[in-house]
Design a protein around this ligand. Structure first.
Ligand SMILES: [Zn+2]
Length: 444
């Protein structure tokens, strides 16, 4: 079924000497051709055969096998920033042609079955009314799902994700990126849970009242704050997943010692392969895995590839004055600033790394701790560059193909694509059930 829909949704057309051409069918059998600058030049006919012409060989037999595995898997992405993108824009995620990285139509084309929409509230910019901003974004996600009942449904549990997948729809889950919108109040935490929010990234790029950030400068708490410790306990009791992406190393170790449930990194990579504080050290990955957690690999080129990171730092320096002007000009319109800033970046951006870099990070974690503790958290709609072929959410089958090419077996690929995350989610739910049955008391 997925192969059919993949092929219906996305035909890779052969045109020698030209960049890969995607051909999409829209309602009523109309066809529209979109040229994409992708280094792979491939050929997929209606029957799915591919040949190569350029620098990368795509093996048609392996590609067919990859599509079959991709169809069987429940493919999960634990972090996209789409709510930030759609708020204030006239967007319908159920229609084709959106300029962002993620919508329900392209999720289907890429065989992405379940996604966490991160409700991102900046702890630098949204100090005045963080809960209002978060609730507005949650409302927008609900509206998008309500307007597209045939395409997507809200999921709040691993069971929901599986049922919605079986129906052939996209499962949409909610996560809160930065605990600022809790405003230090556990009643708000419980209300977010009731609305369907199932994870909280404890902080973002600045320290907050929960813990220190990995990019916040001099530590404020040296890890988790007293409120942060109470929060982690209440999250455990509720079955709310704890996301350690963005938090400082010391906060990570505090979380690990306080949390009764396994925790996860919704969108982080391996520090040994790309040395940035947002990525996790080997020691952290080992401890995370030992507790039953998962590291969901981020697709952002600058977290995957050292060389890209250095080149993009130079570009950042070069365009800093223009960015400053934009910031001043659009200081009252964050969306407009964001869009223009991205457009400016794209004009100067260095060539992204190949998809092999992403597979390297997955492979590294597998060799370090085994195949049960790694998955995918793309950061689509939140990052400025992704590896070749992964420019948007339609590229997922390429990951399956490249895992297969590296020698991964089907059962392990299915774990990486989503099985590991589902196992972890269930484990956290189990801890919640135990805590709830052991005591009725909740944190004040
Ligand atoms: Zn993030």
């Amino acid at each position: 079924m997925m192969i059919k829909s993949l092929l219906n949704g996305r035909l890779w057309k052969f045109d020698p000497g030209k960049p890969l051409t995607l051909c999409r069918f829209y309602g009523g059998g109309k066809m529209k051709f979109i040229n994409r600058q992708i280094t792979v030049i491939a050929w997929v006919m209606l029957l799915g055969a591919i040949t190569l012409t350029a620098d990368r060989q795509i093996d048609p037999v392996l590609w067919q096998k990859a599509l079959k595995i991709h169809e069987r898997a429940l493919v999960v992405d634990t972090h996209v920033d789409t709510p930030m993108y759609i708020l204030g824009e006239k967007t319908d995620l159920g229609r084709p042609g959106n300029p962002n990285d993620v919508d329900f139509v392209r999720m289907k084309e890429g065989g992405l079955d379940a996604v966490f929409f991160a409700v991102f509230v900046s702890n630098r910019l949204d100090k005045k009314q963080p809960s209002k901003n978060a609730l507005d974004m949650i409302d927008e996600v609900y509206l998008q799902i309500e307007n597209n009942p045939g395409l997507a449904e809200l999921a709040v549990s691993p069971g929901d994700m599986e049922h919605i997948h079986q129906k052939g729809k996209r499962a949409i889950l909610l996560g809160l990126e930065n605990g600022g919108p809790l405003e230090g109040n556990l009643r708000l935490l419980r209300n977010y849970y009731r609305l369907g929010v199932r994870y909280i990234t404890l902080t973002h790029s600045a320290h907050n009242d929960i813990c220190d950030s990995c990019s916040g400068g001099t530590a404020k708490w040296n890890g988790l704050s007293p409120f942060g410790k109470t929060l982690v306990q209440e999250m455990n009791r509720l079955g709310m997943l704890i996301d350690v992406s963005h938090i400082s190393d010391r906060a990570f170790w505090d979380v690990l010692s306080v949390s009764k449930a396994p925790v996860f990194a919704s969108h982080s990579c391996v520090r040994s392969l790309c040395d940035v504080s947002r990525n996790m050290s080997d020691k952290m990955i080992k401890a995370l895995a030992k507790k039953g957690g998962v590291i969901q690999i981020n697709f952002f080129s600058a977290f995957l590839d050292e060389d890209y990171r250095k080149r993009s730092a130079l570009v950042d320096k070069e365009i800093a004055p223009q960015r400053k002007l934009l910031r001043e000009k659009y200081k009252n319109d964050r969306n407009e600033y964001w869009n223009r800033s991205i457009a400016l970046w794209k004009k100067h951006a260095p060539e992204p790394p190949s998809i092999d870099r992403l597979i390297d990070h997955i492979d590294y974690v597998v060799k370090l701790v085994g195949v049960d503790y790694v998955g995918l958290g793309s950061d689509y709609d939140g990052a400025s560059s992704y590896p070749g072929g992964l420019a948007d959410v339609t590229g997922y089958p390429l990951i399956t193909y490249h895992l297969l090419k590296r020698g991964y077996e089907e059962k392990d690929i299915i774990k990486i694509l989503g099985g590991n995350f589902l196992r972890f989610f269930r484990q956290a739910e189990g801890v919640s059930r135990q805590l709830k049955s052991a005591s009725n008391t909740m944190q004040e």
